[in-house]
Design a protein around this ligand. Sequence first.
Ligand SMILES: [Cu+2]
Length: 70
Amino acid sequence: MIVKPGEEITLPFDEDDESKVFWEAEVQPGETQTFTFTAPEEPGDYTIVCGLPAHLEQGMQGVLQVWIPH
Ligand SMILES: [Cu+2]
């Protein structure tokens, strides 16, 4: 899941965090998928987290960097 700018996920990830999600996709274990999504228009660093129980706690997160090319 990509987290909306200015929002922070509280552990554990649960219902109160659902509204903070900008975009999400689901991939099953052992599966590889390719997704297409429209990036936020506002440049910046967007947090990416896994919403499966205990995954975020174990460090399953990343950053989506959005910038305007020049
Ligand atoms: Cu995960």
